[in-house]
Design a protein around this ligand. Structure first.
Ligand SMILES: [Fe+2]
Length: 395
């Protein structure tokens, strides 16, 4: 692991051999860290180049898809143009060796295999006892399920040099161990409170870190209080829940993630699946893990959860009211007596509200005719807004 610049904060490092004694410290500081040797002597610790992976896992069924940030950008373009159909992220089944062949043949491809459930043959030889994880499941855990510090869900990622999972935050509220199997990845991290400076839409920052040169990235990191690290084969990075992360492939590389623990407050967990995703909500939910502000953030989460359950005339009005309440809760809970950070213009409610309102698009309770009227009115309003965007785009 190398820090890219001497004048930036340096990430904490741990040796797996010391973890039995330092595990609580590692998990309780709620800061990123790099662990060396976590899978020493296990299959994951031995697949240190593409050829070894091809031999051990070449026949593994995977989905080969387009870069999902590209797909989301296409969706945003379509939204602005008033198109109704969201683009599905195009994925085709194949074998892992097909993908490894593809990136040898086409080193600049935007295709990647990401978020694949980690196969049993890896998990069967996977001991994470050093960090207190006793059981690992392949796949992405239900974000709303009861979470546990001793159970993890595991995904694997393989892509070529130059590809990236661009700057975003995950919304399952779990901590993540990302193990580098072969190749190197550049990881740029920002704490939840930096989100306001990263111009996000939903959980995606609009800052294109992958297109930045070293100096531009250093300036962004200094401005928004981030940290950068290049993780090498055999190293595992700990990313606390709700940290923003950009993961760039320095080489063709493979990594395996383990998502575990994280947010436990029941109101905060409920918010993860039932309200819109913005920086205010993110910081309140993440704040329930910070001993200095946990009680205030839990109270705010309880208030937001109760408000979200109240009926509203339309999803749009509900979204508008919830955004205002979330900002108020954030200010009174996390910034008492201070001015709130300026909100990026692009989170204004008239932009992308079709997507962001969706969390509140619930038919009212009651007779079926009332629900049908509500659905027709929502569909009509959406059609009008879409038509308006199309006119504005073509004007
Ligand atoms: Fe992520």
């Amino acid at each position: 692991m190398t820090s890219s610049r001497h004048d930036q904060p340096v990430i904490a490092t741990y040796d797996a051999a010391d973890l039995p004694a330092r595990r609580d410290e590692l998990l309780e500081r709620r800061q990123p860290a790099v662990i060396s040797g976590l899978f020493k002597g296990q299959l994951l610790g031995e697949l240190t180049d593409a050829q070894k992976v091809r031999e051990a896992l070449g026949d593994l069924q995977v989905m080969i898809g387009v870069n999902y940030i590209d797909a989301h950008l296409a969706n945003i373009r379509n939204f602005v143009q008033g198109s109704s159909a969201p683009i599905a992220i195009d994925k085709k089944p194949g074998l892992l060796r097909d993908y490894l062949d593809l990136i040898e043949r086409e080193p600049t491809t935007r295709a990647l295999t990401s978020e694949q459930p980690t196969p049993e043959r890896i998990l069967n030889d996977c001991n994470l006892g050093a960090v207190g994880i006793e059981k690992v499941h392949g796949g992405y855990g239900n974000p709303l399920a009861q979470r546990s510090a001793s159970e993890a869900h595991s995904l694997m990622f393989v892509a070529n040099a130059g590809n990236a999972s661009d700057l975003h935050t995950d919304w399952d509220g779990r901590d993540v161990l990302l193990h580098q199997v072969f190749g190197r990845k550049r990881i740029v991290l920002f704490p939840p409170e930096s989100g306001f400076k990263l111009f996000p839409i939903d959980i995606f920052s609009t800052v294109a870190v992958n297109a930045m040169d070293d100096a531009e990235r250093a300036a962004l990191i200094a401005y928004a209080g981030g940290i950068e690290v290049v993780v090498e084969a055999g190293q595992t990075i700990l990313m606390p829940a709700f940290w923003w992360h950009h993961v760039g492939y320095v080489d063709a590389a493979m990594s395996v993630s383990f998502r575990f623990g994280g947010v436990i407050d029941p109101d905060a967990v409920a918010l993860i699946g039932s309200v819109h995703r913005d920086c205010h909500i993110q910081n309140i939910v993440a704040g329930t893990l910070d001993p200095r502000r946990a009680e205030a953030c839990k109270a705010a989460a309880r208030r937001l959860r109760a408000a979200a359950a109240e009926p509203a005339p339309s999803a749009r009005e509900k979204y508008r009211a919830m955004r205002i309440l979330a900002a108020e809760c954030y200010r009174s809970t996390l910034l008492p007596g201070e001015h709130a950070p300026a909100e990026p213009v692009i989170t204004a409610e008239d932009f992308l509200d079709g997507a962001l309102c969706a969390f509140y698009r619930r038919p009212p309770k009651g007779p079926a005719w009332r629900q049908r009227i509500w659905q027709k009115r929502e569909a009509f309003n959406e059609a009008i807004r879409r038509f308006g965007r199309r006119l504005a785009y073509q004007a």
